[in-house]
Every structure is written in structure tokens, then in C-alpha cells.
Design a protein around this ligand. Structure first.
Ligand code: NAP
Length: 344
């Protein structure tokens, strides 16, 4: 077992009595075919990635690594595939003490009653082979699309907690305004609302800086909600391994081709810091997000990626390095596309 030092980036609270490392992992690619080209044949590699990540977990007190999943990570015949895989991997690796799982319930327009979200949570648990999860989250708010659905969503998550299905509730893609409203509802019912999954990944944070500028981090801190930053590598682009001439297949490639040319100076700065620090470009990009005070969740598909990303723990970029990266990112001409589900 590898014991990692965590100097400079202490653990954060995910749910009552659940402390997690600032580095967590994401499973969007473990079921999604359209964007990520998921293929069942690669499941053993995903399992190896999971095991490699878990091997790096320091078994200190109750601290664990957070693994993020969602009931829409895999649809149709692959419904909730990522949840099934994650539940199986954790069980088979006997890693319950080291891995905290949080799923996100899709706010499908037909989930109109609180009971519908409770049923969805029970279905997620069945897929995971569990009776309880550490965290259940709203994948997005209904406010932008079907505002009348929002009370059912808040009620549904509260029900999941009250029925003992989840240790806490969380929100994803909620802006500060919506976050405060949901938090007030849950507070009135005594439901712990401990994580707000906000888009804080480096590309977005540095290029559009929304979570830094919208007041979301201040609202999170005021409400005692732990921010979770997703897509810290901008879907892989900030790992430095892609450029305009070498992009992955599919829709990610189309996006990367648009963004890559303007990113060159930022990638140069990432590489400079990476060389000076003896860290990989991905580790620097991830560490920058950690420095914003969030738990970072990075998508992993191979044990090598898991091992590399673990190296983002145990050290901290200096203020000057952070500022240099932020400054360079501000100059990038094409900003990241906002998640359409993000609310005010
Ligand atoms: N709440 C939401 O609405 C929402 C939205 C998006 C994501 N998320 C969550 O956040 C998680 C992470 O975000 P993400 O997966 O979208 O993007 P990401 O973490 O920015 O990028 C992940 C991809 O980067 C590449 N990669 C990872 N580590 C690497 C390394 N060390 N070196 C080189 N390449 C590396 C891999 O792809 P390749 O090998 O194919 O390049 C990997 O699949 C998701 O899995 C999901 O759980 C949530």
C-alpha cells in the first residue's frame, strides 16, 4: 500500500463522518458510448484503473477517495453501467473503507414526484449491489427547463436521506442562487447538504472562470457545502497529450480541434511548471483546481492515468505558479463551453 502525504491539501467533508481526499475520480466514461466510446471489452482495464487508484488511498482515520458516478452514465441497454461497474469493483476489491461513492440522479422530465427520485436512488443502489451510498446528488437543477419539477427534486433527495439510502445529499450544476434555495429546503428538514458539484475544472475555471466569479465558491463556503470540481483536464485536453493535429475520435475530437490552437500558450506554461516541479502536466492542471478549495474529480480509464493523477496529491502550487496559470488562461481566446444545465 502506498501512503501519500497530503501536506497543503487536507481532506474535505463529503458527508457526516466521511472525509475524503481532495483528489477523487469520475466514471462518466465507464458507460458512455457517444462521447467516450465506451466498450465492455475494456472493463478489465477500468477495474485495474479503479484498483490502482484505491491502492494510493491513505488509510488515515475515516478518509477515503470519492468516486463520482451517475445513473445516466450508460443509457438504453447500458443503463447505469458506470454504477454497476463501480459497485462491483468496490465490492470485489473489498474497498468500502477506502472508497466513498456518490451518484447523481438525472433530472429526467418524467421524474415529477419526490417518490420518482427515491425510486431512482433505489435502482442505483440495486445496480451497485448496495443498500446505502455515501452521497446522492441532483445531476442538474430543473430550474432552467421545468421549474415546477424542482420541489419534487428537492423532496426526492430529502426522501433518499430520510429513508437511509444516502448519508447526505448534493447538487450538481447549481449556481449560487439555486444552491441557497435547495440548501434552505434541506436545512428545514434536517438533511445534510454537503457537496455541490460545480464546474471547476481548469479549462473552465481558467477560461471562463464562472465558479470563481459567480459567487459559487463563497456560497459553498458560507453554507458549509464542499465544492467538487469536475473535468479538471477539460476532458483530457489539459493533459497536454493532444493538439490540433492529434485529437481523439468522435465529438471530443471536434471540440478539441476548436480549442487546441488557442490553448498553446497555456499548455506551454503548464509544461514549464511541470518541468520545474518534476510533475506531469495533468498533475499540475489538477493541482491548480485543488488550490481553488475543491475536491477534484478526474476521469480515469487506465491504471497509468490513475497512478499519474495520484501524483497531484501531497504538494501545492505556489501562489506565483497559480497566478501565472490563471493569467495565461485569461488570455486564451476561445472559452470553454458552459454546461447547458448550469444554473444561476
Ligand atoms: N456533474 C456533471 O454534470 C459532470 C460533467 C462532466 C463530468 N463529471 C464528472 O467528472 C468526472 C471527470 O471529468 P471528465 O471525465 O469529464 O474529464 P477530465 O477528468 O477532465 O478528463 C478525463 C480524461 O482525461 C484523460 N486523462 C485522465 N488522466 C490522464 C492523465 N494522467 N494523463 C493523460 N490523460 C489523462 C482520459 O481520457 P483519454 O485517455 O481518452 O484522453 C480521461 O478519460 C467525470 O468522469 C464525471 O464523473 C460530472
Amino acid at each position: 500500500m502506498v501512503l501519500l502525504p497530503t501536506r497543503g491539501h487536507g481532506p474535505l467533508t463529503l458527508a457526516p463522518n466521511v472525509e475524503v481526499e481532495r483528489l477523487g475520480f469520475g466514471t462518466w466514461a465507464w458507460g458512455n458510448k457517444l462521447l467516450w466510446g465506451y466498450d465492455e471489452a475494456a472493463d478489465p482495464v477500468l477495474e485495474a484503473a479503479f484498483r490502482r487508484a484505491v491502492a494510493g488511498a491513505p488509510l488515515v482515520d475515516r478518509r477515503r477517495f470519492f468516486f463520482d458516478t451517475g445513473d445516466s452514465y450508460g443509457t438504453g441497454a447500458r443503463e447505469g453501467r458506470a454504477e454497476s461497474l463501480l459497485g462491483r469493483f468496490r465490492r470485489e476489491a473489498r474497498a468500502r473503507r477506502r472508497v466513498a461513492i456518490g451518484t447523481k440522479l438525472a433530472v429526467y422530465p418524467w421524474r415529477l414526484r419526490g417518490e420518482d427520485f427515491e425510486d431512482a436512488c433505489r435502482a442505483s443502489l440495486r445496480r451497485m449491489g448496495e443498500s446505502r451510498m455515501e452521497l446522492v446528488q441532483a445531476h442538474w437543477s430543473a430550474a432552467n427547463f421545468q421549474p415546477w419539477q424542482e420541489p419534487a427534486l428537492w423532496d426526492g433527495l430529502a426522501r433518499c436521506y430520510e429513508a437511509g439510502l444516502a448519508g447526505a445529499v448534493g447538487t450538481s450544476n447549481f449556481g449560487p442562487k439555486q444552491l441557497r434555495k435547495a440548501n434552505a429546503h434541506w436545512a428545514s428538514r434536517g438533511v445534510p447538504h454537503s457537496a455541490n458539484q460545480a464546474q471547476l475544472h481548469v479549462q473552465l475555471s481558467l477560461l471562463s472562470t464562472l465558479p470563481l466569479e459567480s459567487g459559487l465558491l463563497e456560497a459553498s463556503s458560507e453554507l458549509g457545502v464542499t465544492p467538487i470540481g469536475y473535468s479538471p483536464l477539460a476532458l483530457g485536453l489539459l493533459s497536454g497529450k493532444y493538439d490540433a493535429d492529434s485529437v481523439p475520435a468522435g465529438p471530443r475530437g471536434v471540440l478539441f480541434r476548436q480549442l487546441a490552437p488557442g490553448l498553446a500558450p497555456l499548455l506551454d506554461t503548464l509544461r514549464e511548471v511541470s518541468r520545474a516541479r518534476g510533475k506531469s502536466v495533468s498533475q499540475v492542471a489538477i493541482n491548480w483546481v485543488m488550490c481553488q478549495g475543491a475536491v477534484v474529480i478526474v476521469g480515469i480509464r487506465t491504471p497509468e492515468q490513475a497512478a499519474d493523477n495520484l501524483g497531484a496529491l501531497g504538494w501545492r502550487l505556489s501562489k506565483a505558479e497559480q497566478d501565472a496559470l490563471t493569467e495565461e488562461a485569461r488570455r486564451v481566446p476561445k472559452k470553454a463551453t458552459q454546461n447547458i444545465f448550469q444554473t444561476a
